[in-house]
Design a protein around this ligand. Sequence first.
Ligand code: ZN
Length: 362
Amino acid sequence: MNMKYSLSLGRVAGIRIFVHWTFLILIGWIVYINLKQGMGTVDIVWSVLFILTLFACVTAHELGHALAAKRYNIKTRNITLLPIGGLAQLESIPEKPKEELVVALAGPMVNIIIAAILLPFIKLSPNVIEEMDLTRLSHHNFLFSLMVVNIWLAVFNMIPAFPMDGGRVFRALLSFKFERHVATRIAASVGQLLAVGFVFIGFFYNPFLIFIGVFIFLGAQAEAQFAEAKSLLGGFTVADALMSDVPVLHPNDSIEFSSDRLLSSQNKNFMVVDGGVVVGTLNRDQIIRALRDGKANSAVHEAMDKNFIALATDMPLEQAWVNLRNAQKSAAPVLKSGNLVGMLDTENVAEFLMVREAKNKY
Ligand SMILES: [Zn+2]
C-alpha cells in the first residue's frame, strides 16, 4: 500500500495508523446518497457518524491482530484504513500453529467484545429487525445497528478461506496435524471451493457474493503459492542457489556494449563492478530503456541501478527471496566478506523451486 496517498491519524501502542485518501470518496458517496434520497442534515450527520464509528471498530479489529502479534515479538509496520476495510501489515506471519491461531482470532474477537459491551445499552423491542436500518440511522437504532455490524464483521472475517482471518484459523488448526505447506494447500483448496460456491450463489441471489467469491479465490491462490514456495526454500541458504558465473560489466562500458552482451548470451542481469567492488546492477529492461532513449553511446553507470540490494552467502534462501520480491529487484549480487562470489536472480530462484518441486513429487 502506498503511504504517499495516506493520512496519518497518529499512533496507538506504537503502531502508526493511516487512512487512505479514497476513504474521503466513501464519506462523500454516503453524503451524496443521503442528499439524493432527500434526507435532512441530521440524518446525514448520523450516517457519517456511523461510518466513522464503524471504522473505529475496524481499527480496533486490526489492533487486535497487531497486539496479539506483538506478544510473539512480531512487529506491525502500520495499519491502513481503506474504504473496503482495514489492513494490518505485520512484518512476518506467525508460523507456529498456536501463534497463528491466536493472532488470527484476535481480530474477530475484538468485534465480538465490542458487540457484547454494546448489548446492555440496547433496549430490545418486538420490532427489532426493523430497527436495523442502515439507510435511516438515528439515536433509536444507532447502537443496535453498530452491534449487528460488529457481529457481521466477526462472522464475515471467520469465513474459512484466505485471505480472511477464518482461512488462517483453519490453516492453523490443520497445522497441528499436517506440515505447514500441506495445511496451506488443504485450506486453500477448501477456500477456493467455497469461493466457487459464493460466485455460483451470487449469480442467482446477490451479485455482491460474486465479488467476494473472486476476491477469496485469488487470495487463496496467492497464499497457497507463497506458502508452497517458502516451504520448498526452507533449510537452504543463498549459497545453495547462487550462480557463481557472474556476468560483469565495468561502469565505463557503453550501453551498446552491454546490449551486445545481452544478445550474445543467456544473461538478463549484469553486475557492474569497479576495482573488485560492486557499484550497481543492470538488467535487460534498463538496457532496452537506455537504447530507446537514444543513449547507446552513454556509459553503463548512467543507466545502472545504484540502489541494489546485496545478499550474503549464508543468508536463508527464503529470506533472500522475500527481500528480492519486496525490493522489486530482478537480481542481486552475493557477497562473502565484501567480495563478489555470485549472483542471485528471481529466475534462478524460480528454477531452484521447480527442481525442488519435481524432487518432492511422489
Ligand atoms: Zn482480521
